[in-house]
Write a new protein. Structure first.
Length: 464
């Protein structure tokens, strides 16, 4: 070989230096830019093909050592690396691949929604809240005068209040263990039934109304036990005699005996199933050394149950089917409570600032609340009731239940008790309140509760 070796600019590329070998008889030869002897042209480079094949797995790597571990797991030997890829060792090839493949960090897959609702269970609970009303179609007349109806209403209000408080206390104990929850239900459910029966008998006086108030109280206590323990299907089976008898009324006029036996059969099935469920929880081993929560912690939930009962009776006076519509809606209401929590967790993952989460949380609240109250409008129109008070009451109850689902019990209890007390006082002084009064009262309660929800649930820490 003769002739000088010189560095000079390559006229084919700007600012690029190429090494030319001047010979007398041979043209200039460009050496490979990578400096590896024997490397193929770049269009057929095996390293490029390997980079394309493993791009999805090399992209997330933060160091060439991770690529080396990947190549080693692929079974590449040192001999293959030298002969096929033109690199002296594994780490040289890994560094080359790490440079060739751009960094890409794909988002991790979203975890499953921890608050995904059970659609069948929510629909079933809505039906279970309304089906007991069929018993009122079956029972024989309870006597004349208003004392019988007042006794039944008073017993129902006491049962609702007691059931709300007992359900809250049972859920607190379920977090410890089923045995502790069973002990709460074993003492609390019979006590609530006795108290409600006594109040109903005191107002209705002796007679069939007092007996029906006692049966109603016992059923509500048993149903509360089954619902809090998740035995919805068992309760549905217990309601079969009443449901079948009421369904046959258009074609069959039962005598006094079937009208009495069918509700009593449902009562026996419900109380027996509740006793069996409580007995099953008591078989679980107790958890020693656990301090029992104070009964005062469940008092706001009981007061809310009492106030909610008063509000429902005030709005549903003269339109009992409107109350049935509201009762059936409790199933979708529970479904939307789960959806609110799931959507709030998704909003928490999608935002990076507290202000952004507050906006998303407000949007989630608006969507869920609207989805609950809108179906109440055609339901009220079908029953002949004024839809405005029913929608306002529905918004009040749903927002209160939402706050309670996050362990916030005092604001809903205070607001609902204040409105219920005002409506009761107006009833005693001036007679039953009209639709305008009911709409304004329940609407004001709903606005206050929505404000509480925006302030208390618009914080990221509430959903952590």
């Amino acid at each position: 070989m003769s002739g000088p070796i010189s560095l000079e600019p390559d006229g084919g590329q700007d600012d690029t230096l190429s090494l030319r070998l001047a010979q007398d008889t041979t043209p200039a030869l460009r050496l490979p830019r990578t400096g590896h002897v024997g490397r193929r042209s770049r269009t057929d480079d095996p390293v490029d093909r390997l980079a394309a094949e493993l791009a999805d797995r090399i992209g997330p790597a933060v160091h060439a050592y991770e690529v080396a571990a990947l190549l080693e797991s692929e079974g590449l030997t040192g001999e293959r690396i030298q002969h096929q890829y033109g690199h002296p060792d594994l780490f040289s090839l890994a560094e080359d691949l790490f440079r060739k493949v751009p960094r890409s960090f794909p988002e991790p897959p979203l975890p499953p929604d921890p608050w995904a609702p059970d659609h069948v269970r929510c629909a079933l609970r809505g039906a279970l809240f309304a089906l007991p009303a069929l018993a009122y179609l079956l029972v024989p007349p309870l006597g004349h005068g208003g004392h019988a109806a007042q006794g039944l209403i008073a017993a129902a209000l006491v049962s609702w209040a007691w059931g709300q408080a007992l359900g809250h206390r049972t859920h607190l104990r379920l977090a410890v263990g089923p045995h502790e929850a069973g002990r709460v239900l074993l003492s609390g459910a019979p006590a609530g039934a006795l108290l409600a029966s006594a109040v109903g008998a005191a107002i209705a006086g002796p007679g069939p109304a007092a007996l029906f108030a006692a049966a109603q109280s016992c059923y509500l206590a048993a149903a509360g036990v089954l619902l809090v323990l998740g035995r919805e299907r068992v309760l549905l089976a217990a309601l079969a005699p009443v449901a079948a008898g009421a369904a046959a009324l258009p074609w069959w006029e039962p005598g006094p005996l079937p009208r009495t036996v069918l509700p009593l059969l449902t009562l026996a099935l419900a109380t027996g199933a509740a006793a069996r469920a409580v007995r099953g929880t008591l078989k679980a081993p107790p958890v020693p050394g656990v301090r029992r929560p104070s009964p005062a912690a469940s008092l706001p939930y009981g007061l809310f149950g009492l106030a909610a009962g008063v509000l429902v009776l005030s709005v549903g006076r003269g339109h009992p089917l409107a109350v049935v519509v509201l009762t059936v809606s409790m199933g979708p209401a529970e479904w939307l409570l789960y959806r609110y929590r799931g959507l709030s967790v998704a909003a928490l993952r999608a935002t990076v600032t507290p202000r952004g989460f507050r906006l998303r949380s407000a949007a989630v609240l608006a969507v869920c609340l609207t989805a609950y109250v809108l179906p109440l409008i055609p339901g009220a129109l079908l029953t002949g009731a004024d839809p405005v008070p029913l929608v306002a009451l529905g918004a009040t109850l749903w927002t209160a239940l939402l706050l309670q689902a996050f362990g916030i019990g005092r604001p809903p209890a205070a607001i609902c008790c204040a409105v219920a007390a005002g409506l009761t006082a107006a009833d005693l002084l001036h007679g039953p309140p009209g639709p305008l009064t009911l709409s304004l009262s329940c609407g004001a309660a709903a606005l206050l509760l929505v404000g509480c929800a925006l302030r208390l649930l618009g914080r990221p820490t509430a959903h952590a």
